[in-house]
Design a protein around this ligand. Structure first.
Ligand code: AMP
Length: 150
């Protein structure tokens, strides 16, 4: 597999570092409303200790809907996944791809020196791969056209 050399930091510089957080006490209904409002598929769960979990649409579908529970009666703390796998900004997108593929999830919070610096998603990864490939094609095309006119 070709290495994707763009770093997580570069991805966050492009998309921004806003991360939507809730607490373990937030109801699943309120978390879903926040996710709908911002058109996102996951929220990071924090408390006074810092990052304590992650809650995604898949948790809602599998841990709540399939069990016939009501989103207003259940808190995020009961449905979140913990511990959370994270990456640092200096990691390359190749590494992010490997983690997401091996662990079968689509969200990775970015933590630098204990601070939440953003979240990288499978959509960001796909966009980065496409951008890098387009750049390679452009470089090859200009190399070939330069070569032909030389
Ligand atoms: P996703 O594909 O991101 O919707 O997540 C699939 C499952 O993995 C859900 O149960 C999530 O709570 C869990 N999950 C997602 N991201 C992470 C992560 N970074 N660390 C640990 N679990 C995660």
């Amino acid at each position: 597999m070709t290495e994707i050399i763009t770093t997580v930091r570069q991805v966050l510089e492009r998309k921004g570092s806003v991360t939507h957080t809730v607490t373990p006490q937030t109801s699943v209904f309120d978390a879903l409303s926040l996710m709908a409002k911002h058109d996102i598929g996951a929220v990071v769960v924090t408390d006074s200790r810092g990052l304590v979990g992650i809650f995604t649409e898949r948790d809602y579908a599998r841990k709540l809907v399939l069990k016939g529970l009501s989103s207003k009666d259940v808190t995020v703390g009961d449905m979140m996944t913990t511990p959370v796998t994270t990456v640092t900004s200096s990691e390359k997108v190749s590494q992010v791809m490997m983690i997401m593929t091996n662990r079968r999830f689509r969200h990775l919070p970015v933590v630098d020196d204990g601070h939440l610096a953003g979240i990288i998603t499978i959509g960001d990864v796909v966009k980065t791969v496409i951008d890098e490939q387009e750049e390679t094609i452009k470089q090859l095309a200009s190399y070939i056209s330069g070569d032909l006119t030389a």
